[in-house]
Design a protein around this ligand. Structure first.
Ligand code: HEM
Length: 295
């Protein structure tokens, strides 16, 4: 969350604001998969209240940024503001800008953090995959100074790491699916979906389809190396078409970097019985606990 807030609105210097934004964003995200009953005390109601608070806080931020044109931060908010002031671009209202900021932060927060949590869990449960990941990343670290950072070429060469991220994402199926509206009558296998209907594409199903992913319940990162699954027409881990996730590479990059430093420094052992709930959202309600040791 802190990373996304930094990329989107550079709030890291203001700890109080960051904390408030973080809490409100989290409350909104909790309300996504709830029954929409707007009664005091329900998660949905708390989500609506948190959203109103977010709109207020972000409205103030937009106002301040507009006023201080010369001290801009070069983050996503600045880019949106610059575009909104450019007469060649579609003019956006403050309300639209705030909506976009909320969408960026929320879509970049839950997704990457849940996949990361699950990748660590799957790697713990599959030592062979963990060893292979360590081998690839130790090779990348070889010859680098002590306080190194990864560069783009390093990232591009992390093919097994990428496979681990995609496999963790496939197995986890966060978000359950996505929505589309038919623009014409559409026939699929003899069934007609009339124009204007909303269709829910269940990625929980497509991600476990044995035709695309043989032995779908097995955590097998190697499957991504063997065939070009990422360009398969049923590859929908990040949605598809015109609304494909715009943060796809950023999400994979964040998780890959974290895994690089984790796996080249530590091995990890689960402590106690960690519970993972998969519906309506993937979460570890009591946290996931690991004991780390140097490797
Ligand atoms: C592992 C991480 C991620 C996963 C699994 C993921 C998944 C998805 C999915 C399934 C969609 C729906 C696409 C559709 O309807 O076809 C989506 C949309 C979107 N994602 Fe991501 N996402 C991830 C990371 C990110 C990050 C890091 C950001 C930005 C910081 C981001 C920003 C967005 C936005 C703005 C949309 C809406 C795109 C649109 O409607 O045009 N996502 N994402």
């Amino acid at each position: 969350m802190l990373l996304v807030l930094k990329l989107v609105a550079s709030t890291e210097g203001n700890i109080a604001l960051t904390k408030e934004l973080e809490e409100a964003m989290h409350q909104v995200s909790l309300s996504f998969f709830t029954v929409a009953i707007n009664l005091p005390g329900t998660t949905y109601n708390k989500g609506l209240k948190a959203r109103r608070k977010l709109v207020q806080m972000l409205g103030k931020l937009v106002e301040e940024r507009r006023a201080s044109k010369c001290s801009r931060s070069n983050d996503i908010l600045d880019t949106i503001l610059k575009n909104s002031e450019d007469t060649n671009c579609v003019i956006q209202t403050d309300e639209q800008i705030i909506d976009q900021i909320i969408a960026f932060v929320l879509s970049g927060y839950e997704t990457a953090s849940i996949v990361l949590m699950m990748a660590v869990k799957y790697l713990h449960d599959h030592p062979l995959a963990q060893d292979e990941l360590r081998k690839e990343n130790l090779e990348i670290r070889k010859g680098k100074p002590e306080n190194y950072t990864l560069n783009w070429d390093d990232y591009r060469s992390m093919s097994f790491t990428r496979s681990v991220v995609l496999e963790a994402l496939r197995m986890t199926s966060i978000g359950l699916g996505f929505l589309r509206r038919t623009t014409v009558d559409t026939e699929i296998k003899g069934y007609v979906i009339p124009k204007g209907w909303t269709v829910f594409v269940s990625t929980v199903e497509t991600n476990k389809d044995p035709d695309t992913y043989p032995e779908p319940l097995k955590f097998n990162p190697w499957r991504w190396l063997k065939s070009n699954l990422e360009s398969h027409q049923y590859f929908m881990l990040f949605g598809g078409g015109a609304r494909l996730c715009i943060g796809k590479e950023l999400g994979i990059l964040e998780i890959s970097i974290f895994l690089h430093y984790l796996v080249t420094r530590y091995r990890w052992e689960e402590i106690g019985e960690n519970k993972i709930v998969r519906f309506p959202r993937v979460e570890a309600p009591d946290g996931l606990y690991y004991r780390l040791r140097d490797c």
